[in-house]
Design a protein around this ligand. Structure first.
Ligand code: HEM
Length: 113
């Protein structure tokens, strides 16, 4: 079964970038321990758009869904997700999730050096 990639696309106004990056700098760090979790990257836009990408890769769809239903909520106490009134305002003004299956992947050739 191929891995699945889930990318949360966050729209972050210029004046909120620092706030967003600081929140990620002190993120919960729980996703690393979730069953089926494979990779995370926070990607900052450098081409003039307002879209940060939160790249995540999972063993399968079920692993991602299990994280969404449980640990994700604890991982979004600092202004991410859908906050109740007692949480900080999100730095992002919009978000949407893109879903993919990994069809092929590779890394650099091992040079043996
Ligand atoms: C309204 C939607 C969302 C917003 C605004 C948002 C924003 C944020 C922010 C600001 C953080 C840093 C921690 C915090 O301060 O809360 C965070 C953590 C994170 N977000 Fe989101 N997020 C959203 C939904 C999602 C979704 C659907 C995914 C799935 C791809 C995702 C993946 C992650 C991951 C993996 C972390 C790190 C968790 C950890 O360290 O354990 N987020 N998010």
């Amino acid at each position: 079964m191929p891995s699945v990639v889930k990318i949360n696309v966050l729209t972050v106004p210029a004046e909120q970038r620092e706030v967003l990056e600081k929140r990620f700098a002190s993120r919960a760090g729980v996703v690393e321990s979730s069953d089926g979790f494979e990779w995370f990257e926070l990607l900052r836009p450098v081409d003039g758009t307002d879209n940060y990408l939160v790249y995540t890769r999972w063993r399968d769809e079920a692993s991602f869904q299990a994280w969404m239903e449980g640990p994700m909520k604890q991982a979004h106490q600092g202004g991410g997700g859908q906050p109740p009134a007692d949480r900080p305002k999100p730095a992002a003004s919009a978000s949407t999730v893109w879903s993919f299956e990994v069809v092929q992947q590779t890394g650099p050739k091992n040079t043996g050096a």
